[in-house]
Write a protein that binds this ligand. Sequence first.
Ligand SMILES: O=C(O)C1=C[C@@H](OP(=O)(O)O)[C@@H](O)[C@H](O)C1
Ligand SMILES: C=C(OP(=O)(O)O)C(=O)O
Length: 501
Amino acid sequence: MLISRYSTPDFNPYGDSAPGEPNPDWAAPRAHQPLHATVSLPGSKSLTNRELVLSALADAPSRLRSPLHSRDTTLMVEALRSLGVSIEPTPGTGLFGPDWLITPAPELLGSTTIDCGLAGTVMRFLPPVAALALGPIVFDGDEGARKRPMATTISSLRALGVDINADGRSNLPFTVYGSGSVDGGAITIDASSSSQFVSGLLLAAARFEHGLHLTHEGERLPSLPHIEMTIAALAARGVAVATPSPGEWMIEPSPIAALDISIEPDLSNAAPFLAAALVAGGSVSISGWPGSTTQVGDDLLELLPLFGAEVTREGDRVTVTGGSSIRGIELDLTTGGELAPALVAIAALADSPSTITGIGHIRHHETDRLAALATEINRLGGSVTELDDGLYIEPRPLHGGVWQTYHDHRMAHAGAIIGLAIDDVIVENIATTAKTLPEFAALWQQMVSGGAPDAAGSLGRPAGASVALGDGLLGNGLNGGIGAGHRHGEPGAVDADGLPV
Ligand SMILES: O=C(O)C1=C[C@@H](OP(=O)(O)O)[C@@H](O)[C@H](O)C1
Ligand SMILES: C=C(OP(=O)(O)O)C(=O)O
């Protein structure tokens, strides 16, 4: 396991608890009255990491406006820098950190080690990029990352002519021996366990000598909207992806254009905040909701009404209002497995049973999410049964207790949702939310306590703030307030990398 800057006790503003470091347990705030809050969220992890990769492979410098600054995106930035790409912070208008200026390397460099942390986007998107570099590149990550499926990345790159040494494993760690170019051509892969195998190949394919003709053959293809997001990101940079049939993609060799692009707020991270309105009653608004998007989080606007929520939209502001009770649902969530933890938490508080299926592959996310959700809800007195590809949730009266997070940011979100309605829920290691939303605990606390939105519509920020994070939003907001846990420096301060310090 790599020990990165995130796992050292003295630098952990984004990261998880270090080995040997006590887990920062967090008393989930209980909502004693209906909510009335507006929340602004940082940028999308999936969009930020795609645009970082495409900018690194482009033919001129790009600018990312309002990118996500979190553990997953910082791992991507550091990995690309180690391949010779220049990524410089520059002040922007985003509320959560600087923009990035990305200048591609004249030639991608090898002879480095890439820390994937627990980021699927880093471990699946960067090996094809590493194959374009010259020299050996070691991929490794957190202990949990070593359990995530990588066989398809390894076998697909080998089929494209890339030399990889995985010592017989089908997981991290492995070494990609980049030769400076990739032949490319036609290959068939099984992407049943993650759409990221497809996205990773598509992102780099225009730089392969013969492009790519990729066919998926397998029992299912999860998270299709994420593949559509990849195709749209490529199209915006002049790379056409032909899809002759479902599960088949073709890319001709071509330049990847530079872009000046604004990153949308992370709509999957909107899930717990919008779920809160159902669970606590009242209403929660998210500002900056895009008019059209490839993010699967947009589906929340159709999914939450199934539980009984009312959804309204005024310009770029989406509001979810909870009713007097929550209905159970029957749902195939194949396209949006990422939303499952928040939806399952709502279902555990409903007044009738729910069945959520099509999500067998989320056993391979940050943790086995089906097992983790069933275990944690049942520990609080619930009745959740694991199915092969989903969960059956029978609501029961719940009680307080410790909610384990398994280094999974969305497990922490699920615990926080349940804690709104149940006394004395303690979420273990809330810092794990830093994977995609370092501000989670602080935003959550302020949503519950009714922090007044400022002129920019965000909670507790000074009006007109640009790079600065408002007081109380830096760090992880542990133990319901700032000051405990990992607070570093002054609000708004950034280091040379543009990281909050
Ligand atoms: O490409 C992406 O950005 C993602 C794809 C999905 O992965 P899976 O297909 O493994 O579910 C999603 O769950 C993950 O959070 C992000
Ligand atoms: C599955 C997820 O992450 P990753 O990108 O690491 O796969 C997620 O964020 O829910």
